[in-house]
Write a protein that binds this ligand. Structure first.
Ligand code: ATP
Ligand code: ZN
Length: 481
């Protein structure tokens, strides 16, 4: 910038939109807002902090391509991938990066040869200023997507990587450094954006995703580097004004543009039309009715991650019946939505099971099965993605005993489990490679790779006279005395 000049650069950011294209502010209004901002001041950079390409049918049917189309049309400048953006595999992520008219950056996703999978950073030149933006992805991706999707990749330490990036960007004479991160601020996580903020010097702004946090839940108290994030599902649009005087960054001011504020705003028809066209195309597939239920089939996160429901029973029964295995086990966290009473559409089934999981049959010993049940109930009654949903097996969970020793009275098809005997077990491909911490399921001989889990559920629904309304418990809990 010129001497004596004040330049404002406006950063507009989204995160964890999870393909909710029309929810909250929604992409059509984000587009209008960005256009309006650009009219007032052309120095606008539009960024996304991940968990963007996956979630609902709108995205999953085209393996993320529909979202890239929308983002291209809205005019995104850069994105960093979240864990869910690896859900279609790293090859597909690279394809999507190829289709995107903006770079997808991440500095800590490292291939076996030591190079990064994606570009580590981009330098945007606006208003005569150079803004360096580097990406960081959560190391939790290693366990939060199918391990197959990240095979051969390592997630380097965010703090060390950020230090390297700052050095590299400073050497390129940038005027400001932005870290675009999918790390989050969850206490249980070891690699939070707080850790990066508190251990790395030279970052001017952290734009975060992953924990679905909003500005008021982030502790920026007394910190020079601010962390901003906009919640989830397009509920808000983040806006940050960077003010430069004589090319020097003087202030960083976040503003939140809420869905309430967006109510006033007219949607960008071009984006609405694009979304409508994709939705229409998808209807051929999504509107197909596959069955009927008299009651809600319960897939609520707080139910399927901490207990059995009529829907979790239905899914494991489908796996058991169509695989012909001795038992079936799947993770509660893989069940992502409920199904309304009435017609069951393809759309609903895909929304319940969006991961494109395959059903895998492996041989395990009784001891391995017991270990899996112990693992899958270790957190109970706390919610856990890995909560064991089973069919073909029944067991008792005694809460008076310590975790790891609480499962007893396991029966397979009514017969007590023999620890030395081998059983055929149907599971999903995520767990079969150790997903959700099921290390013991990595072992065992592969017997068969069956169809996709959603297809198996559909086939099972179609084979039933009627869908059972009740929960058919396989786990008996002995409460603490
Ligand atoms: P968010 O979606 O809110 O960013 P997150 O993905 O970090 O959050 P959760 O919503 O808790 O966290 O989802 C993680 C859980 O999803 C895992 O614990 C697991 O149960 C399930 N999951 C993730 N990937 C798969 C997969 N490929 N197959 C089956 N289940 C999966
Ligand atoms: Zn996430």
């Amino acid at each position: 910038a010129e001497e004596g000049n004040v330049t404002t650069v406006t950063i507009v950011h989204t995160n964890d939109t999870h393909s909710r294209v029309n929810d909250g502010v929604g992409f059509p209004k984000i587009s209008s807002k960005v256009k309006a901002l650009k009219e007032a001041n052309p120095n606008v950079i539009l960024v996304d902090a991940g968990d963007t390409f996956h979630g609902q049918t709108f995205a999953t049917i085209s393996k993320g391509e529909s979202i890239v189309k929308v983002m291209n049309a809205v005019g995104y400048d850069v994105m960093t991938p979240g864990n869910h953006d690896f859900n279609y595999g790293q090859g597909r992520l690279l394809e999507l990066a190829g289709l995107a008219q903006f770079p997808i950056v991440s500095a800590n996703v490292v291939k076996a040869d030591g190079t990064t999978l994606l570009e580590p950073y981009v330098i945007k030149e606006v208003g005569g200023l150079k803004i360096g933006i580097f990406g960081l992805s959560t190391p939790e991706t290693a366990v939060k997507t199918n391990p197959k999707n990240v095979e051969g990749l390592t997630f380097a330490d965010p703090v060390e990587t950020a230090k390297k990036m700052v050095k590299e960007l400073q050497a390129k004479d940038v005027d400001a450094i932005i870290a675009l991160m999918h790390l989050g601020i969850d206490k249980e996580s070891t690699d939070t954006s707080y850790r990066v903020r508190d251990n790395v010097e030279g970052i001017d702004l952290i734009i975060d995703g992953h924990s679905h946090s909003t500005l008021d839940t982030i502790d920026n108290e007394g910190k020079t580097t601010k962390i901003v994030s906009t919640g989830e599902y397009n509920n808000n649009l983040g806006i940050v004004n960077l003010t430069f005087e004589n090319g020097e960054l003087k202030s960083v001011e976040p503003v939140v543009f809420s869905s309430e504020a967006a109510a006033e705003l007219e949607a960008d028809a071009q984006i609405s039309d694009l979304i409508a066209a994709v939705t229409e195309e998808n209807k051929v597939i999504t509107s197909v009715v596959v069955g009927k239920t008299d009651v809600v089939l319960d897939g609520a996160r707080e139910h399927v991650r901490g207990g059995e429901t009529n829907l979790s029973n239905l899914i494991t029964d489908a796996m058991l019946t169509l695989s012909g295995a001795d038992m079936a086990i799947t993770n509660g966290g893989g069940i992502r939505a409920s199904i309304d009473a009435g017609d069951i559409t393809m759309e609903e089934v895909i929304t319940v099971l969006p991961f494109g999981n395959y059903v895998i049959v492996k041989e395990y010993t009784g001891a391995q099965i017991l270990a899996a049940l112990e693992h899958g109930t270790a957190s109970y009654p706390e919610l856990a993605g890995g909560f064991a949903q089973v069919a073909g097996a029944t067991f008792t969970l005694d809460l008076n005993k310590e975790a790891g020793k609480r499962v007893s009275n396991v029966k397979i098809n009514g017969v007590p489990l023999d620890l030395n005997k081998t059983y055929k077990v149907a599971t999903n491909d995520f767990m079969a490679v150790g997903g959700d911490g099921y290390e013991m399921l990595k072992e065992g001989k592969l017997v068969a790779e069956l169809s996709a889990l959603d297809e198996i559920l559909i086939e099972y629904i179609q084979s039933l006279e009627s869908i059972p309304a009740e929960v058919r418990p396989r786990m008996t809990v002995i409460e603490k005395t």
